[in-house]
Write a new protein. Structure first.
Length: 419
C-alpha cells in the first residue's frame, strides 16, 4: 500500500475514532437507539463518502438536540475504505446481535448489492442515499437517492436537444456505468442517434490518456461520464487540458454530462478544470430556498466554514430525518412499523418536499440540471416544477419522445409529477 493510501486510511480511522468518542455522550432519561452509518471516508471515492457521512451525522446531531424526540440516535460508524467486501463484513458485524435495525450507508451500487443479502438475512432496513441506476426493488431498502427517471432521463432530454445525438460513453467498470449506458443506448437509438463508443475503466485507475485521443478522433456531440472518484477527476483534468491545445474539443465545445458530479468533487478536480460541465442532480447548493440556506449554514458550522454541500450529503441527511420521524410516529424501530409510518412522513428538504413512495420504497424528488462554474458551484439550468414520482423500472418512459419534448415543465419530460 502506498504512503498516500496509508495516510488516507489513518485519517479515516482517526475520523471514525473521534466520532465514536463523541457519540457516547447521551442525555439522561432518553432512549438510545443504535443505527449503523457505513460510508467510505477513505479510498478512491472518499470525497463522496465523506459527504454522505457528514450529512448523516449532521442529522443525528439535530435529532439528538431536538426535545420533541424522546430518543437519541447512537451512530455505529464504519469505514469500508471503498472495498465492497468490507461493506458486507461491517454490516454483518453491526447487525449480528440484532439490536440494530437500521443502517444508513453505501455509495456504489456494487457495495449496495454486496450488503443487501446481509440486510435481508437479519431483516433490517438499509437507507440507501445515493442516486442509482434503478431496476431493483427490495422490501429491506429505502432508496433515498434519485432513480433513473429523476437523473438520466432529464439529462439526456437536455443534452440531445441542445448538443446533438452522437454520444461517447465513458464509465467505471461496474454496474452504475453499465446500467446507465444501457438506458442511454435505448434512448439515443430511439431518437435516431448513435453511441460512438462505450468504454469502461477500472474503479480508481487514473490512466485515461487513450480515451482523450479517441474523443479527439471521434468528435462526439457530447460525452456521458459515469466514471467515479479519482478516475473521474483525472478525466476532467485531462480533458480540459486537452481542450487548451486543441480548440476542437474541451467542455465549451464538446461538453461532459454526468449524473453524479457534485460541489465537493469540483473542489477535488480543481477550479481551473471544473468549469462548464453539465450535471443532473436533485440538489445543488445554489438552490434558492430558505431550507437550503439553513442547511448550508448548519453544515458549515459543524464541518467547517469552507465546506460545500452536495446531493450526497443532503440525501443522507434526509434519510436520518425521515427515519427519526417514522420511529417517533410508530414508537418502534421494527422495519414494518417504520415503513408503515413513513407513509405519513414528508420533509421540507433543502431541494424541496421529499417523501418515500409506498409503492416501491423509492423517493419523490425534484430533478434539476446545472452547469459547473469556476467558483465551485452550479448555475441551475432547469428544475422540475414539482417532486417527481420515482420510476425505477422506467415503466412510464417513452424513449422516442425524450429529446423532442424537453421543455421547462416536468410532465413534458415524461416525469410523473404530483398533481
Amino acid at each position: 500500500m502506498s504512503n498516500s493510501a496509508l495516510a488516507a486510511r489513518a485519517a479515516g480511522a482517526l475520523f471514525v475514532a473521534s466520532l465514536a468518542k463523541a457519540r457516547t455522550v447521551m442525555s439522561v432519561g432518553r432512549t438510545s437507539i443504535p443505527i449503523g452509518v457505513v460510508f467510505s471516508v477513505t479510498g478512491s471515492y472518499r470525497t463522496v463518502g465523506q459527504e454522505m457521512a457528514n450529512g448523516a451525522l449532521l442529522a443525528v446531531s439535530e435529532i439528538n438536540d431536538d426535545p420533541s424526540f424522546d430518543f437519541e440516535f447512537q451512530p455505529i460508524i464504519r469505514d469500508p475504505g471503498g472495498a465492497s467486501d468490507d461493506y458486507r463484513i461491517h454490516c454483518e458485524e453491526i447487525l449480528r446481535d440484532r439490536t440494530v435495525r437500521h443502517i444508513i450507508g453505501c455509495y456504489t451500487s456494487s457495495s449496495r448489492k454486496e450488503v443487501i443479502p446481509v440486510i435481508e438475512k437479519f431483516d433490517a432496513l438499509l437507507w440507501y442515499p445515493s442516486h442509482y441506476e434503478g431496476f431493483e426493488s427490495s422490501r429491506n431498502v429505502i432508496y433515498m437517492g434519485a432513480s433513473p427517471n429523476q437523473h438520466i432521463v432529464p439529462l439526456l432530454g437536455y443534452m440531445l436537444r441542445q448538443f446533438g445525438r452522437r454520444v461517447y460513453c465513458l464509465g467505471s467498470n461496474y454496474i452504475w456505468a453499465w446500467e446507465n449506458n444501457r438506458i442511454l443506448r435505448g434512448i439515443v437509438q430511439a431518437v435516431g442517434g448513435e453511441v460512438l463508443e462505450e468504454k469502461y475503466h477500472p474503479v480508481g485507475s487514473t490512466d485515461i490518456g487513450h480515451f482523450i485521443s479517441e474523443i479527439v478522433a471521434l468528435r462526439p456531440s457530447f460525452i456521458f461520464n459515469t466514471l467515479i472518484g479519482d478516475s473521474s477527476y483525472a478525466f476532467y483534468r485531462a480533458y480540459t487540458e486537452a481542450g487548451i491545445s486543441n480548440l476542437a474539443i474541451g467542455p465549451k465545445r464538446i461538453p461532459v454530462a454526468s449524473c453524479s458530479l457534485s460541489e465537493p468533487e469540483l473542489i477535488s478536480i480543481g477550479s481551473e478544470f471544473a468549469t462548464d460541465h453539465i450535471a443532473s442532480s436533485v440538489y445543488f447548493q445554489s438552490i434558492d430556498r430558505k431550507q437550503n440556506q439553513g442547511f448550508v449554514e448548519r453544515y458549515r458550522r459543524r464541518f467547517g466554514a469552507s465546506k460545500v454541500t452536495s446531493a450526497d450529503a443532503e440525501a443522507s441527511y434526509i434519510a436520518v430525518i425521515l427515519l427519526a420521524r417514522a420511529i417517533r410516529e410508530c414508537e418502534s424501530t421494527e422495519i414494518e412499523a417504520v415503513k408503515s409510518a413513513l407513509r405519513g412522513c414528508r420533509v421540507e428538504a433543502p431541494q424541496g418536499c421529499v417523501w418515500v413512495d409506498p409503492d416501491n420504497n423509492h423517493s419523490y424528488l425534484t430533478p434539476a440540471l446545472g452547469r459547473s462554474r469556476s467558483d465551485g458551484q452550479f448555475q441551475i439550468l432547469w428544475t422540475a416544477d414539482a417532486p417527481v414520482k420515482p420510476d425505477p423500472y422506467l415503466v412510464w418512459l417513452d424513449p422516442s419522445a425524450v429529446a423532442s419534448s424537453f421543455t421547462n415543465t416536468a410532465d413534458h419530460m415524461h416525469l410523473k409529477v404530483v398533481p
